[in-house]
Design a protein around this ligand. Structure first.
Ligand code: B12
Length: 212
């Protein structure tokens, strides 16, 4: 039964049946499926399929956008119900999608997971200049700067964050974590980031370790 709902919801996202997303997500929660399962076993997998269809030229941007909007409808219902059980170490995190990139679904899931883990998140949104990210981190005396990008051309901004922090003598004092499809563990190590995570679940663990 639960698998059936999750498959149906994934199909709704893939096909961009925007009106069906909210009621179906409510149905899933009412059936006892937890928000984490909905987000990772249905919605995220559906977006991966959408990505494949885009790469294969079966889908074009309007369809991708519709799927993204459909996913957001579902996330509106699922994210507030997210329960994260972590042995929370408190901390302040500045989070942003770097300049030039508007992909923010993943960043918003990371935000919800970190918030659920008891952390204070300053979310600067998407397409954010590096300067603003570093300035906010300084102003809030954040312990961690978390940056997201799904695009290869904007990877340079990740390196720029490291450079600016080093210039301000903050490297080491303020930790960095990066993520998003264009990044990798190797890239993170190469630019001197303190952490990298594959997804939002791992992000919670990595951030918690950085705060220790
Ligand atoms: C949805 C989507 C869009 C939507 C975005 C809507 C939105 N509000 O986000 C729209 C239609 C707007 C869009 C536009 C474009 N897109 Co697009 N898009 C996608 C798609 C299909 C899915 C992305 C997604 O939401 N995934 C679901 C979420 C849940 O996963 P996620 O983002 O990866 O996040 C998880 C992890 O990565 C991680 N994570 C994410 N951020 C962070 C941060 C930290 C700190 C940590 C630790 C972890 C972490 O945790 C998340 C949750 O588990 C991808 C394909 C793909 N395979 O990724 C292409 C893709 C990212 N897009 C791409 C491109 C090229 C574009 C456009 C340039 C197209 C164009 N010609 O205009 C524009 C970008 C404009 C711009 N300047 O930004 C390319 C990027 C290629 C590249 N490597 O450079 C991709 C890979 C498609 C492709 N194969 O070509 N896109």
């Amino acid at each position: 039964m639960s698998n059936e709902i999750l498959e149906k919801l994934a199909d709704v996202v893939i096909r961009g049946k925007i009106k069906e997303a909210k009621p179906l997500t409510e149905e899933a929660l009412a059936a006892g499926i937890d928000a984490k399962t909905i987000i990772f076993d249905s919605l995220s997998k559906a977006m991966a399929v959408v990505g494949e269809k885009y790469e294969n030229k079966q889908y074009f941007l309007p369809q991708v956008l519709l799927s993204a909007q459909t996913m957001y409808q579902s996330l509106d219902v699922a994210l507030p119900k997210l329960v994260v059980d972590a042995n929370a170490v408190p901390g302040k995190i500045v989070l942003a999608v770097v300049e030039g990139d508007v992909h923010d679904i993943g960043k918003n899931i990371v935000k919800a997971m970190l918030t659920g883990a008891g952390l204070t998140i300053f979310d600067l949104g998407r397409d954010v200049p590096v300067k603003n990210i570093v300035e906010k981190a300084k102003a809030e005396e954040a312990q961690v700067v978390a940056a997201s990008t799904l695009m290869t051309p904007t990877l340079a901004a990740m390196k720029e964050i490291e450079r600016m922090l080093a210039e301000e003598n903050l490297k080491g004092k303020m930790k960095t974590i990066i993520g998003g499809g264009a990044t990798s563990k190797e890239f993170a190590a190469q630019i001197g980031a303190d952490g990298w995570a594959y997804d939002a679940v791992e992000a919670v663990q990595v951030v918690q370790n950085l705060l220790k």
